[in-house]
Design a protein around this ligand. Sequence first.
Ligand code: C2G
Length: 129
Amino acid sequence: MGVVITFGTFDVFHVGHLRILKRARRLGGRLVVGVSTDELNFEKKGRLPVYTQSERLEIVSSLKCVDEVFSEESLDAKLMYIKKYKAEILLMGSDWGGKFDHLCGVCKVVYLERTPAISTTEVIEKIRL
Ligand code: C2G
């Protein structure tokens, strides 16, 4: 079984994050996770994450289902990361469905359904109320 690679911000870590990582690990022998940098998150969402990059890296790297982590510096560098970590499967959540199909010739591209009714934004809103 080969290497699975996946990406995310994993800010205010919640059970939706955990479940997709557990399912990703079951697809292969090793799970490598690219954790978005604070700068990349700012570009993507127009705000900095609640948890810093080093806190998010520390949380994700401590999970039993995760074998290795690195900082994802650019959304468009998937091919470089796939090659660097010798990934056989690129795993993304269904919110990215179809977006990385052009990489199908390089590795298998799999999209998994998100856990319904939970997101970082909803957790932040709930705490605010
Ligand atoms: N996720 C999930 N269920 C949820 C929320 C998130 O399965 N209810 C999954 C997402 O689909 C993603 C992972 O958890 O696979 C991380 O989610 P985010 O931190 O929101 O990732 P995102 O900001 O979309 O960053 O290069 C891609 C980006 O880095 C992805």
